[in-house]
Design a protein around this ligand. Sequence first.
Ligand code: FES
Ligand SMILES: [Fe+2]
Length: 376
Amino acid sequence: MPDDQMIDARTTPPAVWSVLENLKGDTLTSWRMADVPGRRTAEQRNLTEDFPFGWYAVCYSDELPAGTLKTVHYLSREMVVWRGEDGTARVLDAYCRHLGAHMGHGGRVSGNNLECPFHAWEYDGTGAVVRIPYARSIPPQAKRADCVKGWPVVERNGFVWIWYHPAGKAPLWEVETFLEVGSPGWTDYKKSEWRVFNSIRNMHDNGVDLAHFLYIHRTAELPQSEVTIDGQRMTTISRAKLGTPRGLVDGAIVSDNISPGHSSVRFQGISETLLVGAITPIEKDELHVRFAFTQPKQEAEGPMGGLARALIRDICKQLDQDKVVWDHQYYEKEPLLCDSDGPVPLARLRYDQFMSDEAYQAAKGKVRKFETRPKA
Ligand code: FES
Ligand SMILES: [Fe+2]
């Protein structure tokens, strides 16, 4: 493509122009989290399948000081997240098994336990009742773990994660640690968040949907990509010329999708950046998307700081652009694809690994690759 026909990545795409053009500052931040009036139901949009199993972020670690609790609504249920005096984060379903009080409304942290506001029953992190202050003894069923459902919890990379499995199976893998996060040479997280009204499956397709970069994100050309699916992990390395205030530069984006709700993306070329992406379903057709960015301090706080900030703004703008489409998208089970679309069927097979234990086990050790080259 001759240079003069290349599209600057900063150009607002016409398809989403009318929605995004006036959104700046606080208006933009509110738009990202606001409901979308008039959207169709999950049934009407074919977004009713169960959530894939995996680890999901429920909050940032720094949102949960010791001795405090938070109510969250994810995976179609109410939960309470709390941090005990011992510093450990724990998560239970919110409704007390005694008489149904919501423990996130008026409840409190008692030592390392969660105390219900109604009659002060105390639960430990397994969901067992460990104290009833006015009773001579605790009913035997209440002493068991999961009297109220307790969630496996780990805290890593500045997030609190819970493990979801539809049949209640124990975690199948660990949440991996990213060495950049919290390292002295890297900045604290810069955080952005969105509510996206779509299924996690449709968002997952987007990672390998190469052609949309041309139209929705206005990259200068179809990205050249290598997609590798190695067991559960899907790694996409994309190279594209990026329009910047300094002209076109060669950029590389290495996206590591560990599971549908948890990914890391490393940007190279403009300003080194690690993006930790956490997508947590709220409902079948609603997601909480968190993007947490960290960059080498030397770049982010030095003379190149402007560029480092611009990169983060641009990545967030890309999500804004996708959101305009995602908020109304249907799940097309049998998409009509053309030869230059990315490996959407391959990505869908990979997603299915998180829907069935058999598929997950069968994929272990198997490697599949897919490469695209821009049209000559
Ligand atoms: S409803 Fe929770 S202690 Fe009674
Ligand atoms: Fe996108």
